[in-house]
Every structure is written in C-alpha cells, then in structure tokens.
Design a protein around this ligand. Structure first.
Ligand code: ARG
Length: 485
C-alpha cells in the first residue's frame, strides 16, 4: 500500500501479530476495495450514533469524522497496510487524530462491521443488476411488439414442434426475467437489514442505538439476535442464487440465439459477433456463448459460497472472509451478461422469410390438425393416432385423407371441411388459432405484451423507491456528519 502505510502499524495486529509468512494470506485488504466506501459510511453512522448516545464526546466525533473525510478523499489505494479495510481505515484515522481516533471502534467489532459493509454495498449491486434486467425486459418487449406476426418454428427437443411467433418467443424470456427481477428484489429485502451493534457476536455493554445507526445507513430494520447478526451470510446465498438463476435464464436465451443464428433465422449485429483469426468468412455468435458460460461461473460461485458456509460453527469464523467475494463476482458477471444479451436482442435482425419458410417444416401443424378433429367431436387420442399415421406419409391433405380412411374407416370430410383442414395446415393460421391465455395468437400476445409493459413499469417504480430510500438516508447521514463541522 502507501509508503506511509509501510511504516504505520496495523491497529489490530500490533507487534505481536505483525507479520510472518501468513501476512498476505490473512489479509483481505485488496479485495476489500469493493467495500471501502461502505466502510466509510458505516464508520460515519457509527460515530454519529456514539456521539448522540454520549458514548464519545462531540469533539472527538468531529475530529474522527474529519479524518474519515480525508481518508475517503485519499481513496482505498492510499490506505496504510492492514489486515483488512476496517483495520486500515482505523489506522489511517488514528494517524490523523492520534490515539483518540481509536474511540471510533467503541462498541463494535470488525465482525458486525464487515457484515454491515457487505450488506451496504451488495444492496446497491442487487439494484444495479435488477436495473439491467429491467432494461433487458424493455428490449424484449420492444422487439416483441415489432414481431407480433412474425411466424417462426417452435421447438421441443430441438425438433420442429409447433409454429409460434418471434413475439411469443421473446415474451417467454420477458416473463422469465420478470421472475428473476422478483427474486432479486426479494433478496434485497433481506440484504437490507443491519447487523451493526452486534459487536463480535455478544452485543455490547455500551448504550448503543442499533435502530438509529440502521436508519442512518438506510437499512430497513435490524437483525436482532447479535450472534445471528454477526455471523449469518444467508443473504449472500439468496443473492447469489438469484444471480445464478438469472444467469441460467440468460443462458437459455443465448443458446437459442446461437442455434437460431446457425439456422439463419436471425443475424446478430457485428457488434455482438466475432470472427475467426484464420477463416475469413466466419461470423460467430461469441457474445452469446460467453453469456451462456456466465451461468457456469455463477452456479460455481453459488456452490463455492454454500461450501464455504456449510457447517460453520457459531459465531464468527474467518472462513467468512472468503464468502462474500463469490456473491460480488456473481452479481458482476450476471449484470454484464444481462447487458450484453439485451444489446444482442435489441440489434438482431430476424429473417422473416427464412422463419416463415421454416415455420411449417417437420409437419409442425400436425397438432393443430388433431385439435381441429377433436373440436369436431373425435376423441383427441383418435385424432392424434390418425394424424400420426398421416405424418408417416406426408403433411398434406392427401396424406391426412389416406390416414382417415385407414384409421377411421371413413373420409376426413365426414368430420371437417377440407378448407378448415387446409387452414390448420397453414402455420400462420395455426398460430392465430391458438389464442388461449398466454398463447401465441397475435391477439393473445398483444394482451400479454400490455401486461408485460405494465409489469416492467411497476418494477421500475419499486426499484426507484428503493433507490430513493437509500439516497434519502445517504443525504441524512451527510447532514448529520456536517453538523459536527
Ligand atoms: N476481514 C474480515 C472479514 O472479511 C473481518 C475481520 C474479522 N476478523 C476476525 N478475526 N474476527 O470477515
């Protein structure tokens, strides 16, 4: 760290634990850059509360708050050496204020401090991820709106199954992403609780005001049991699981786009493609392959996190230092993947002619014909058998008529008009007929689109409310801090 830092002594380690081969191994200072700003905020709120409660006097509080402002301006890179950011900031405060600076650590421990810092930072990250997901949902809805009647093949087992539309396909991901948004915002509720005041795990004899400090930091509530507060990391599990679930959703979208590009259904823009260093003709969907891979990173992170946490005894154990980086990595990876996936969808060119041509391939309208016969009164199973029989020979009216003779022992026209059968065989009309709730018929999709847009708007509102809550709290803390000038 800084030159100044090399001389200064870590306030926690002092001489007895001043070095040795494990010094680097023990230190989280470099990784703690992520929670540097959080630690400054947490220190400020704690000092304000200590002064309000008369635990430290106002003059000491004022000097400590001044020192914190300097430390903040100098930045994480200027911190003295230390076992972690908490120790290093305290050392830096003491360097500026003298021994009185050590009053900052009254009535707390690094255990409740670090848990608070992680939550303080992670809640912003969760909102950032949710925001990128909302942008992706907007993109999906926009492209869907432009493709309500763009017929395309739908697949099961990667085989042509039934025709659908590009809008219906894209809205299927909007719908999945709306649940990913829900999971993130739900996890947020439990991230946004304050462990501060738990101290090492056993509370403190000082008359701290845990509610006040939580409020100054914009936390919704306090995690009461001090042993639970200092040691639990379940909020990391939830957040990382939500990130991994989101990445899994995106991996399916990415895989589809790889397959669809391969089939010529869609062309990704050059910005979202890559080429080959040797094969001049190549245009590859590399970005989507990397989005697909993000699911691997995040699920590995979730597994790593759960494995670190599994079987930890109460209360604090240093293993915890290796827990939260997995959550931070997961939210970073998934935010980036979401943004790229959205960009690729926004700029992709759907090849309507190729899609229309492909929509009827593989007798994809077979189910529609069976449905038609069932609507005319034939048991669906019989209709299914008859159409399956026809499919062996072909996918036109003649094949169906031959199968009817064979299976039903009578002409198809005994049950349905030829015209209706021809309509059922047409991919576009087949799609239009499936107008059940959530189905691909343009009318059904239009209604779904309206609900999707309303859902996005309401989630944007929820996100903004949370952001405003945090901003208001930050402003309040600033005001309190400046009152000590
Ligand atoms: N840097 C540590 C962490 O991230 C906090 C230090 C608490 N250390 C301790 N020995 N109790 O978990």
């Amino acid at each position: 760290m800084s030159e100044q830092g090399e001389e200064s002594q870590d306030v926690v380690r002092r001489e007895r634990f001043s070095g040795g081969p494990a010094r680097e191994f023990l230190s989280s200072l470099a990784a703690d850059e992520r929670i540097f700003a959080a630690d400054i905020a947490v220190d400020r709120a704690h000092v304000v509360m200590l002064a309000e409660q008369g635990i430290i006097d106002e003059a000491d509080a004022a000097d400590i708050l001044d020192a914190l402002a300097e430390v903040e301006d100098a930045g994480h890179g200027a911190l003295p050496d230390g076992e972690d950011v908490h120790a290093a900031i305290e050392t830096a405060v003491i360097e500026r204020v003298g021994a009185r600076g050590g009053k900052m650590h009254t009535a707390r421990s690094r255990n409740d401090e670090v848990a608070t810092c992680i939550r303080y930072r992670l809640r912003e990250d969760v909102l950032d991820v949710a925001e990128t997901v909302l942008e992706a949902r907007e993109v999906l809805a926009e492209v869907a709106a432009a493709n309500g009647e763009t017929v395309m093949p739908g697949f099961t087992h990667l085989q042509p199954a039934q025709p659908t539309t590009v809008a219906h396909y894209l809205l299927s991901y909007e719908s999945a992403l709306s649940r990913d948004t829900e999971r993130l915002l739900d996890a947020y509720e439990r991230v946004n609780r304050s462990p501060l005041g738990a101290a090492a795990f056993a509370g403190t004899p000082f008359e701290v005001d845990r509610e006040r400090v939580a409020d100054l930091l914009g936390f919704e509530s306090v995690i009461e049991n001090s042993m639970d507060a200092a040691s639990t990391r379940d909020f990391l599990v939830e957040t990382t699981a939500a990130a991994a679930a989101l990445a899994t959703t995106l991996s399916g979208l990415a895989e589809d786009l790889v397959v669809f590009s391969n089939k010529g259904y869609v062309e990704l823009s050059d910005d979202y493609s890559s080429t080959s260093s040797i094969m001049p003709q190549k245009k590859n969907p590399d970005t989507m392959e990397l989005v697909r891979a993000a699911a691997g990173d995040t699920s590995a992170g979730l597994n790593a996190l759960l494995t670190v946490l599994k079987g930890l005894p109460r209360a604090y154990n240093r293993d915890l230092q290796r827990a939260h980086p997995h959550a931070f990595e997961a939210v970073d990876a998934v935010a980036e993947a979401t943004e790229v996936a959205a960009g690729a969808v926004a700029t992709a060119d759907w090849k309507e002619d190729v899609l229309a041509e492909a929509a009827g391939e593989g007798f994809s309208t077979a189910t529609g014909v069976a449905d038609l016969l069932a609507m005319a009164g034939l048991p669906f199973r019989t209709a299914h058998e008859m159409v399956a029989q026809a499919a062996e020979e072909g996918s036109d009216y003649e094949a169906l008529e031959a199968a009817a003779q064979e299976v039903l022992g009578e002409s198809l026209s005994e049950h349905v008009d030829r015209e209706a059968v021809e309509a059922a065989l047409d991919p576009e009309q087949s799609v239009a007929s499936r107008d059940s709730l959530g189905g691909p018929a343009p009318d059904a999709v239009e209604a779904a689109l309206e609900r999707a847009v309303a859902g996005v708007e309401s989630d944007i509102g929820a996100l903004e409310t949370k952001r405003e809550g945090l901003a208001t709290a930050a402003g309040r803390l600033d005001t309190e801090v400046s009152s000590y000038d």
